[in-house]
Write a protein that binds this ligand. Structure first.
Ligand SMILES: NC(=O)c1ccc[n+]([C@@H]2O[C@H](COP(=O)([O-])OP(=O)(O)OC[C@H]3O[C@@H](n4cnc5c(N)ncnc54)[C@H](OP(=O)(O)O)[C@@H]3O)[C@@H](O)[C@H]2O)c1
Length: 337
């Protein structure tokens, strides 16, 4: 098969589109013909660049944490494990199944290839209304978004919710699922066009923190109340304190990302005086995965795909993400070459 191989850390040029042997599925595993993976700032570009060594990536490596495609072969059956049928359309969750180790695309070979091996228990059927490209975005961002907003943040209809980076991968989903809970949503972003994306996704109000004072705007919009739930997965040291200053009494802040920091100033007086709870956790529960796939399958979640590249052009795809020039998702499709 063709795969994009990472043999050394460095700029996008270290990625090589090569022929490698086809993978063989073990017990309880299947082989998926990949039609899509997403390119992410941290888990793809950061791992490739060698700035994510705490994740212990193992070289040589095939990146790609969220492959979607068609099951083309099954390994030996295992008692109690239901194998997805050959020919079925699945998205693969990056976590390890029984007998596997580490994260797909970081600690073992991932989906930036024509074929990928995945454990049957980490393969989820793709709803009829979604294509492979959309399905990879859904499996990448939506379970984490549900975990942050619902499991940790316990979003309620009466909440004012602030979604930072509302045009980004997690942010764009956050806006939509906070609205699903009936909350009043303020989307915030670093430019007018990115804020507009949040508005188009359903935010009741938007703030362009590139030009506007975020604290003042939130207090104006909420009539002095402030926000009850902040969803910040950026940790930008300039905007984080501005959001924090506009948090209401007994409010919560949830986070699963820090690529804009990770160190931010924290007003500890406000933290205790306003009885604020800060919660951090990446990942999601299987219940979050089901919530996410159900919502996406019912057409409740829109994903913003910016550009689709053939796998052979993976270097360009990484450069585009690293440029920061586009808010939407960049997809690699190995079936295009
Ligand atoms: N499954 C998941 O999605 C998942 C799970 C766990 C953790 N995470 C982490 O969550 C974070 C967000 O992921 P994502 O996919 O939503 O990211 P993203 O779409 O690449 O970026 C989110 C937003 O961050 C802002 N931003 C980008 N680069 C920045 C920089 N260098 N400095 C300051 N702000 C910057 C941009 O917003 P503005 O330009 O509008 O400010 C952008 O829209 C990442 O750190 C990721 O590793 C994601």
């Amino acid at each position: 098969m063709k795969a994009a191989i990472l043999r050394e850390f460095g700029p996008p040029e270290v990625l090589r589109y090569e022929d490698v042997p086809d993978p063989v599925p073990g017990a309880g595993q299947v082989v998926v013909r990949v039609h899509a993976t997403t390119v992410n700032r941290v888990l793809n570009c950061g791992v490739r660049a060698g700035t994510q060594m705490q994740r212990k990536p193992i070289l040589p490596l095939v990146l790609g944490v969220d492959p979607s495609g068609e099951v083309v072969a099954q390994g030996p059956a295992v008692d109690g494990v239901t194998m997805p049928p050959v020919g079925s359309r699945v998205s693969v969750l990056s976590r390890a199944g029984p007998g596997e180790k580490g994260m797909l695309g970081v600690n073992r070979w991932g989906g930036d290839a024509e074929l990928v091996v995945a454990h049957a228990t980490m393969c989820f059927p793709i709803a009829d209304g979604l294509d492979y490209h959309q399905a990879s975005v859904v499996i990448r961002h939506c379970p984490t978004a549900f975990h942050l907003m619902y499991t940790m943040g316990k979003v309620k209809a009466e909440d004012w919710v602030l979604v930072m980076g509302c045009s980004g991968g997690l942010g764009s989903i956050g806006v939509q699922i906070a609205k699903m809970a009936g909350a009043k949503v303020i989307g915030a972003a670093g430019s007018a066009d990115r804020a507009q994306i949040g508005k188009d996704l359903g935010a009741d109000f938007v703030v362009n923190y590139g030009e506007q004072d975020l604290t003042e705007e939130i207090l104006r919009i909420t009539d002095g109340h402030g926000v009850d739930l902040v969803y910040d997965n950026i940790a930008n040291p300039k905007t984080f304190p501005k959001a924090f200053a506009a948090m209401a009494h007994d409010s919560r802040l949830v986070t699963a990302g820090a690529h804009g920091g990770p160190i931010v100033p924290l007003d500890c007086f406000k933290l205790y005086d306003s009885k604020i709870t800060i919660m951090g956790s990446a990942g999601s529960t299987m219940e979050n995965v089901r919530q996410a796939l159900d919502a996406a399958g019912r057409g409740k979640i829109r994903v913003n795909i910016e550009k689709v590249f053939p796998l052979s052009r993976i270097r360009e795809a990484h450069r585009l993400i690293e440029s920061g020039a586009v808010p939407g998702k960049v997809i690699l499709d190995p079936t295009l070459g």
